[in-house]
Design a protein around this ligand. Structure first.
Ligand SMILES: C[S@@+](CC[C@H](N)C(=O)[O-])C[C@H]1O[C@@H](n2cnc3c(N)ncnc32)[C@H](O)[C@@H]1O
Length: 391
């Protein structure tokens, strides 16, 4: 790991970091000197005008902080589109709601593929919390698919009217704020944030009954924990997924993110949790570095996501790795199709496919989960490997 504190900030970034620091100090003071980590994560990601997703941080691509599967290659979107076509075909048409559409690449790829397949959705809705990214999505889609602009709509809330179709979310669940706890055999502490000597610092206090109960419930779910085991959980995942999927009457929700089934997430060896922070393509591991300028995420507990599916009235119809999801949707055929016989282009696509699929890259850490409601359909993305028994 690099020493990111040595990374120079631009003047504008330094000013934004200073404003965010003052804002957090005021929030901490107003909360009697201690903020839960969940509230801290919410503020640094979403505080109006200051948070990572609400201010103009660059985020994606070479000049940004991280890269995602749709940014790595159009192959990802082409395969997702194949999965969408299957579902839309079985439903006789429908709409797509994408949550957290980033730069708009996945939307553009899915729409252009579905157009080729003669399976365009009646509407492609985008629900994204970031005003800055919504603008980028509009620009990208206007450039790539000007003739489909009318079909795309940006929403401030999940659709109210029931609809048939699909919900897509790639790397959104990992941004939902998490509670952090430290477990001891006789008690649970909650980790929060204080100002110590003018700097943000971690501080523990006795856990509230809700956090103590969660810590006790999760304890030892992945082997015998040592005293002082630190991890996190996402208390809002169930309510959030319920609210964004409520209006899907018949169809599928497809979730993609890095994560694990609970028994692996809370493995005894993973005693520092799964928080992951990114600043200019460096994993920093320090959530207090450049607050508001770096992305903070936590891995997804896929067992919790499966429980959330039942609570929301869906069934989990598939759970697999990104690698097997893409293989099940014939990524090899897509590579040939996109290369169109050009050997150099094929070599470039093969490199991208390796990045998406190799275990040491995105292939295994990233998982795909499908929820179905009102539809009984084997999904090709989940046909080659079924990991539901691990949930
Ligand atoms: C890591 S980016 C992933 C973007 C895109 N899906 C991709 O794969 O490139 C997370 C996206 O989710 C959005 N987002 C984060 N939290 C959200 C929330 N609570 N509701 C809706 N969108 C959210 C962000 O603005 C951003 O577009």
């Amino acid at each position: 790991m690099h020493n990111p504190r040595e990374l120079a900030l631009t003047d504008a970034q330094a000013r934004q970091a200073a404003r965010m620091h003052d804002y957090l100090a005021a929030q901490i003071a107003a909360a009697d000197g201690w903020l839960s980590f969940e509230r801290y994560m919410e503020l640094v990601l979403y505080a109006p005008g200051l948070g990572y997703y609400s201010a103009g941080a660059h985020k994606f691509g070479a000049g940004g902080d991280f890269t995602t599967a749709p940014e790595v290659s159009s192959l990802f979107g082409a395969c997702v589109a194949r999965q969408c076509a299957e579902v839309l075909g079985a439903l006789g048409g429908g709409c797509i709601l994408e949550i957290g559409a980033g730069s708009g690449r996945l939307a553009a790829e899915v729409l252009s593929r579905l157009e080729t397949l003669g399976q365009l959705p009646a509407r492609y809705w985008i629900l994204d919390i970031s005003a800055d990214l919504r603008e980028r999505q509009r620009d990208h889609l206007a450039r790539r698919l000007p003739h489909l602009q009318e079909r795309v709509q940006w929403l401030d809330q999940p659709p109210v009217e029931p609809f048939n179709g699909l919900i897509l979310a790639n790397e959104v669940l990992d941004a939902l704020p998490v509670r952090r706890f430290r477990w001891h055999p006789d008690r649970v502490e909650e980790l929060g944030v204080v100002i110590d000597a003018g700097r943000l610092a971690e501080a523990a206090r006795p856990a509230s009954s809700q956090v103590a109960e969660a810590g006790a419930r999760l304890a030892n779910s992945g082997g015998a924990w040592d005293d002082g085991y630190v991890s996190e959980y996402c208390p809002r995942l169930t309510a959030w997924t319920h609210s964004v999927t409520r209006s899907l009457r018949n169809g599928a929700a497809l979730w993609f993110d890095y994560g694990l089934p609970r028994s692996q997430y809370y493995l005894a060896e993973r005693h520092e949790g799964t928080l992951l922070c990114h600043f200019r393509h460096r994993a920093t591991g320090d959530p207090f570095l450049f607050p508001g300028l770096q992305d903070i995420t936590a891995w997804v507990d896929y067992t919790l996501l499966a429980e959330a599916s039942r609570a929301a009235g869906f069934t989990v119809s598939g759970f697999t790795t990104q690698s097997y999801f893409l293989a099940g949707l014939s990524i090899d055929q897509e590579m040939h199709k996109m290369a169109g016989g050009d050997a150099n282009r094929f070599a470039r696509l093969a490199n991208q496919a390796r990045q998406l699929m190799l275990p040491g890259e995105m292939g295994e850490r990233f998982k795909a989960m499908a929820w179905l409601r009102g539809l009984n359909l084997p999904l090709s993305g989940f046909a080659l490997q079924d990991l539901r028994h691990t949930l």
